[in-house]
Design a protein around this ligand. Structure first.
Ligand SMILES: NC(=O)c1ccc[n+]([C@@H]2O[C@H](COP(=O)([O-])OP(=O)(O)OC[C@H]3O[C@@H](n4cnc5c(N)ncnc54)[C@H](O)[C@@H]3O)[C@@H](O)[C@H]2O)c1
Ligand SMILES: CC(C)=CCC/C(C)=C/C=C/C(C)=C/C=C/C(C)=C/C=C/C=C(C)/C=C/C=C(C)/C=C/C=C(\C)CCC=C(C)C
Length: 632
């Protein structure tokens, strides 16, 4: 088991420290009186403050803190705003600099500090761009954030981390951290998921590919040939992906360069771009139970209200490229858990961003994207403050970006088409629990997928249960003698809206009790009586704290998609506005949104002159991609 280490070289050297040595922190002697901040106020938080956050009230009954000793309100003219003025303009100055005639101070404003937004921001910052990230909540990370309660550190989202190894080209989380000089200690997970399925089918997805395939073949010996062919095809795609340098597929000089250097690999990917995993699995495999297992494996979203493991749909609606990425990376680089919890990734990226001279404002709720002459030029916060930049990057979902943040603008055709092709996936009900350690049998795996009785419940709300026990890997996340159980299952916002408070609370308890009862019966006898802490989040909780419309987990195809062909990239129909995150290519998942961040940063860098570009080729490629999407 790994020791707890610092995230970055400077991360824990001088508490509290300032990322900019010349800039004192809010705690430094000599700083004037700091006013407590209200929810609507934006506050500058340096990475040192992040380290000191002990509890980010994300789920359950608690509201975000409205009083804080770690944040300082900027008031122009105060010494506190003077302290910051080297990197963050006072609101008035920022406003003056934007608009029609003024030169925008920032190269890019990023709305939201999910992993997608943070990767885009840090990748641009390392290229020398001046970035301002505006985050509505009090800490970075969005669905990859964390919160602390009663000595437990809970991951907000799930704890299965792809792309976090030290090899290949697809370890995008490792690479994103390295770009800003950070390295996190990780703990290898020996089993990606332990499936507990109908008809007492139990499959462990071992880290070793041979071991996993051996186990699967032993359960389905009559399908040996099909299994080898299906997973073999996945490896062909994964190897092609892994051989490329990953940058923006919307940037022609890079794309042609890759085609020139790796023609076979690029053509392989182009061939699979419009294909789905379920169709390919069905070419080789006939056993319905094995096909259902593969549906659960690739967990992409299928029809409305249905859901699964690697995203939330069945294999027939899962792009083959995404399925291959997930089904192979877990064996190639393996699933690795960051020591100290998933929240450390966003904290490290945020710190890295500040180290590179860019800024983050927390409690900065963007309500409007300001458009002038058909171009996104700035943003307005809920308190009325305005910031201007050459480009705006939205890490909010596309539904929020185009439905809420842009007012009075006609929905661009591209977005209308996207909304025809994709709907919002349902949200989750999540249960964060602390339990007595003795309730877990020895050798319990970290991640479980439970569907006890019938395959027909696979995609039903509350049908399948996801369970992570990160303390199996990192015991430091819980008090001694305790474990964390993070349970989640799909659930739609409609189930929870319009209920009076008491009924809402009673329903949370009832639904959570039923899920816990199922886990007690299937996995852990005595579970109920071993609980020491429990907190339940519903889709409303996700909507409120993650600022995602309907609390959605992301986009899912309305019908059977043409693989990844229909997914929009980062540019949008509005000049200078870009999107990043899970409603962009290639979709949901931490590694997927990290890739979207890398792509976005590259395209933006080209557009603001930090990377080479060819306007002529740009137009040709963007038209070609638009046309290809129209075929989806
Ligand atoms: N594999 C896993 O185990 C795992 C775990 C957690 C999360 N995830 C993935 O992460 C993906 C989401 O990442 P993402 O980067 O797209 O976004 P995100 O939803 O995680 O983060 C978006 C951020 O933007 C902020 N925001 C939204 N609107 C805002 C506004 N108007 N003003 C200011 N801030 C605003 C939110 O507060 C949030 O912090 C999901 O698809 C999920 O699959 C996966
Ligand atoms: C343009 C043209 C025409 C052509 C071109 C061709 C080419 C070159 C192409 C290329 C492509 C590429 C590069 C692509 C890429 C892609 C990628 C990277 C992808 C990725 C993906 C990923 C993913 C999807 C992931 C996901 C994940 C997830 C979702 C996860 C989840 C998890 C969970 C939910 C958890 C569970 C739990 C338990 C069991 C407990």
């Amino acid at each position: 088991m790994a020791e707890r280490l610092c995230f970055c070289s400077s991360f824990c050297l001088s508490p509290p420290f300032s990322a900019h040595p010349e800039r004192p922190t809010a705690q430094s002697p000599g700083l004037p009186h700091l006013r407590p901040i209200g929810v609507a106020d934006a506050c500058y938080v340096s990475s040192s403050h992040l380290l000191e956050l002990s509890s980010s009230h994300l789920f359950g009954r608690h509201k975000p803190r409205t009083q804080s000793s770690w944040g300082a309100r900027a008031s122009p003219g105060s010494s506190n705003s003077r302290v910051r003025s080297q990197a963050v303009l006072s609101p008035d100055k920022a406003a003056e600099r934007g608009g029609l005639s003024g030169e925008a101070y920032y190269d890019a404003i990023v709305i939201g500090s999910g992993i997608g937004g943070l990767v885009a921001a840090t990748q641009l910052a390392v290229k020398g761009a001046r970035i301002l990230v505006l985050e509505k909540y009090v800490i970075p990370g969005g669905s990859s954030g964390y919160y602390e309660r009663d000595g437990y550190t809970f991951d907000v989202g799930s704890s299965v981390m792809f792309g976090f190894s030290d090899k290949g080209n697809l370890n995008l989380i490792t690479q994103a951290l390295a770009a800003v000089g950070c390295k996190m200690e990780v703990i290898p997970d020996p089993t990606t998921v332990h499936f507990h399925l109908p008809n007492d089918l139990s499959v462990q997805v071992h880290r070793g590919y041979g071991e996993f395939i051996g186990e699967l073949i032993s359960k389905f010996p009559h399908e040996k040939g099909g299994i080898l062919k299906f997973y073999g095809e996945c490896w062909k795609i994964f190897n092609a992906l892994n051989s490329l340098e990953l940058k923006s597929l919307e940037e022609p000089l890079y794309l042609f360069g890759q085609f020139f250097q790796k023609p076979i690999e690029c053509l392989t990917l182009a061939y699979y771009l419009p294909q789905n995993a379920g169709d390919i699995a069905r070419k080789y495999i006939k056993d319905p139970q094995l096909l259902s297992f593969i549906d659960a494996e690739v967990r992409q979203k299928g029809k409305r209200k249905k859901c699964f493991i690697v995203s939330t749909v069945n294999a027939l609606q899962t792009p083959m490229i995404n399925a291959s990425m997930v089904l192979c990376d877990r064996h190639f680089g393996g699933i690795n858990y960051p020591v100290g919890g998933v929240g450390g990734i966003a904290k490290s990226l945020a710190k890295g961003l500040v180290d590179k001279g860019s800024e983050i404002l927390y409690r900065a709720n963007v309500t409007d994207i300001i458009v002038e002459n058909g171009k996104a030029v700035g943003v307005r916060l809920s308190g009325g403050r305005q910031f201007f930049a050459k480009t705006i990057i939205s890490n909010a979902t596309r539904w929020d970006t185009f439905g809420k943040l842009l007012k009075g603008e006609n929905l661009p055709k591209e977005e209308r088409d996207f909304q025809k092709r994709y709907v919002k996936a349902p949200s989750f009900l999540s249960i964060h629990m602390g339990v007595k350690a003795e309730v877990l049998p020895p050798e319990t795996d970290c991640h479980h997928f439970v569907l006890e009785d019938s395959w027909s419940r696979l995609e039903e709300p509350y049908g399948s249960i996801f369970l992570s026990i990160p303390t199996v890997l990192d015991p430091s996340l819980a008090p001694e003698g305790r474990h964390i159980l993070h349970i989640f299952t799909t659930s739609s916002i409609e189930d929870w809206e319009g209920l009076p408070r008491q009924e809402y609370e009673a329903k949370k308890e009832k639904v959570a009790d039923e899920i816990i009862r199922r886990l007690e019966k299937k996995l852990f006898p005595g579970l109920q009586s071993s609980i020491t802490f429990v907190e339940v989040g519903t889709p409303k909780t996700h909507r409120r704290y993650l600022a995602r419309q309907s609390g959605t987990y992301g986009p899912m195809p309305r019908n059977t998609p043409k693989g990844l062909l229909g997914m929009p990239f980062n540019t949008t129909g509005l000049n200078s506005l870009y999107c990043v995150g899970d409603s962009c290519f290639p979709g949901q998942g931490v590694i997927a949104v990290a890739f979207s961040g890398v792509m976005c940063a590259h395209r933006v860098a080209a557009d603001i002159g930090l990377e080479k570009k060819s306007p002529l080729l740009d137009n040709a490629l963007l038209s070609l991609l638009g046309w290809l999407r129209s075929l989806a």
